[in-house]
Design a protein around this ligand. Structure first.
Ligand code: SAM
Length: 232
């Protein structure tokens, strides 16, 4: 039996590629985006009352990880990418039906646009539904998960002086907390767990319309090298 679903909107996100997106929402509060609702949900009626809610659950499609053949086992990056586990024990992106869920902060609703932050969503993500976060039901004191018992350990992020200047300039232009965004995302240490890069090896990712480049002077420290306009 098959059912069909269709997006109620799409996310315009600070994240233009999968690399360096935090692995869960709320890990980078400066990660912002706009959920743009499409017809017939774009006329205001469907979001009436939502201004009384601080956070929402978004159900969405991992549109850049959809696969025809469902995987039963996956290798979560959190386990170093070399240990497999049942897909339903993980939040892996490759999963039956490709459905993701994230609790995000709802900063403002303006017409058909929901301004959201603390997101872990790629630009263009199709959203299937929005539900208000209900603290009395959604906070479960004493809940445990021995696979992911705590937030990932953070790594120190430093800046080349010129890169920090570039970031402040672009932050002003974009009117976005760009320095915080870069620090919060890179502190999650996006490199695959099994890589111990040489200091001269550079990594890069696109945030907003910018290319951010960094390296690891030591295995437990990141240094941001430059923040420059991404090639169109
Ligand atoms: N919070 C969600 C969940 O639990 O269902 C997502 C968790 S998933 C591990 C987070 C990762 O999904 C991000 O780091 C990013 O690389 C990836 N991602 C985000 N949006 C995506 C999309 N539209 N298509 C494919 N991958 C996406």
């Amino acid at each position: 039996m098959t059912y069909s679903v269709s997006p109620i909107g799409f996310v315009r996100s600070c994240f233009k590629e999968k690399f360096a997106i935090p692995r869960q929402p709320q890990l980078a509060p400066a990660a912002r985006g706009v959920l743009e609702l499409v017809a017939p949900f774009d006329q205001g009626d469907a979001v009436q009352g939502l201004e009384q809610v601080s956070h929402v659950w978004l159900l969405f499609l991992f549109h850049q990880a959809l696969e025809d053949k469902p995987r039963l086992k996956v290798r979560p990056p959190r386990l170093g990418g070399n240990k497999s586990m049942g897909v339903f024990a993980t939040r892996a992106t490759h999963r039956p039906n490709g459905i993701g869920q994230s609790v995000v902060k709802l900063d403002k609703v303006e017409g058909n646009r929901l301004f959201i932050s603390g997101i872990d969503l790629l630009d263009g993500t199709p959203v299937l539904d929005i539900k208000p976060y209900v603290p009395y039901a959604d906070i479960i004191p004493g809940a445990t998960n021995d696979i992911a018992s705590a937030a990932p350990q953070l790594i120190e992020v430093r800046w080349a002086e010129s890169a920090l200047k570039q970031a402040y300039t672009h932050a002003q232009r974009l009117d976005e907390p760009l320095v915080e965004l870069i620090e919060q995302c890179l502190a999650q240490d996006p490199r695959p767990a099994y890589q111990t890069p040489a200091p001269e090896r550079e990594y890069g990712a696109q945030f907003w319309d910018l290319d951010v480049r960094w390296h690891y002077p030591t295995p437990d420290q990141i240094r941001v090298l430059e923040v420059i306009p991404a090639e169109a």
